[in-house]
Design a protein around this ligand. Structure first.
Ligand SMILES: *Cc1c(COP(=O)(O)O)cnc(C)c1O
Length: 347
């Protein structure tokens, strides 16, 4: 196929797990606590194109995060926001920098847009070294730097001060992906600093803390200049009316969300301690998942044979796993299956 872009030729398509399961803890999706009985959207002009600027939704977002709506763009998940950033800022051959491991979509989009993707390895305990990031950035002069905070898949959180210190020292565009910030114990969000710097973008989503991964709703927060540039590139009518309306309803339930997040943090402690008890190497997490290491051969298969889905890793991260914090019942089923496997290994 000679017509295809070389950058796309050797790209693999993104394949989510398709294994049958009882308990799904592989994608950090969270629970359906807002719309258990479904969701009713009335009186919408379904024949018309959606509001291209998602005005009402952005007003609701603005109330929710206490940032001016002129600093916000909404779209189909933070995934669309990541792509819009590349479309707006990155030309072929330019460089994008991030930590390794981090969110798998950064290198994928970089490849699609023919950018070079460079990685700064996390420390052995999966903490990150912002000075090392700075030194490497000085060498390679990347145009865009993605900082996932708290980091997926490790759960490690960088302090706000450290990131600000870094932003001040660099001319590169710093994109802080805060998909999991709601689950952080000591909120280190940079959403309130976007007007203080010319080079800061914050990404957020309703896929995790609101338990709304299915509706595809994410948003970007930045200064007005960057917002106006990205708005030139954003496709018109990018966000459908149904998603805008469900998003508005969800954002009015801030208290329910806070309560849910509180529960996740409590259950995170329980799962963390149990994993430790079972003898795994477990990493502290500020997100709605836990990263752990196991020497048990084919642990992923052993769990999925029992109907439990977790995320596994390959290559350098062979033997590492990420498990979402589910409901009490889901976590119990996961830990019970794991305990059986551990006991079986010993006997
Ligand atoms: C889950 C996740 C997102 C959210 O993506 P959506 O497209 O909004 O569903 C963004 N960034 C990271 C690091 C994630 O793990």
């Amino acid at each position: 196929m000679q017509l295809i872009k070389p950058s796309v030729l050797n790209l693999k398509s993104y394949k989510p797990n398709e294994i049958p399961y009882r308990v799904k803890l592989d994608a950090n999706e969270g629970c359906n606590y807002l719309f258990k009985d479904g969701v009713e959207i009335k009186n919408i002009d379904i024949n018309y194109y959606p509001d291209s600027q998602s005005l009402q939704l952005r007003k609701e977002l603005s109330r929710f995060i206490e940032v001016d709506k002129e600093n916000i763009i909404a779209g189909n998940g933070s995934s669309e926001m990541i792509e819009l950033i590349l479309k707006t800022f990155v030309d072929k051959g330019e460089t994008i920098l991030s930590f390794e491991p981090s969110f798998s979509m950064y290198p994928i989009y970089s490849q699609i847009y023919s950018a070079q993707y460079k990685r700064v390895e996390c420390n052995d305990d999966f903490s990150v070294d912002m000075n090392k990031l700075f030194e490497i950035q000085k060498e390679i002069n990347a145009k865009v730097i993605f900082i996932c905070n708290p980091n997926n898949p490790t759960g490690y959180q960088i302090s706000k001060e450290e990131i600000i210190h870094f932003i001040k020292k660099t001319d590169a565009l710093v994109v802080v992906d805060e998909a999991y910030m709601e689950f952080s114990n000591n909120g280190q969000s940079l959403k309130d600093e976007v007007n203080d710097y010319p080079n800061l973008i914050v990404l957020r989503t309703l896929s995790k803390a609101f338990g709304l991964a299915s509706i595809r709703l994410g948003y970007l927060i930045s200064n007005k200049e960057i917002v106006s540039m990205i708005n030139k590139v954003k496709p018109p009518y990018n966000l459908n009316t149904l998603t805008q309306q469900v998003g508005i309803k969800a954002l009015r339930e801030k208290e329910k969300m806070n309560e849910y997040v509180k529960g996740v943090k409590e259950r995170r402690k329980v799962v963390f301690n149990k994993l430790k008890q079972l003898g795994f190497k477990v990493y502290e997490s500020e997100a709605n998942f836990i990263f752990f290491k196991s020497d048990i051969l084919s642990l992923f298969e052993k769990l999925s044979n029992k109907g439990i889905l977790v995320r596994r890793f390959t290559g350098n991260l062979e033997g590492y796993y990420r498990v979402s914090i589910g409901t009490n019942d889901e976590n119990k089923q996961f830990l019970k299956a794991l305990k059986e496997i551990v006991e079986n290994e010993r006997s």
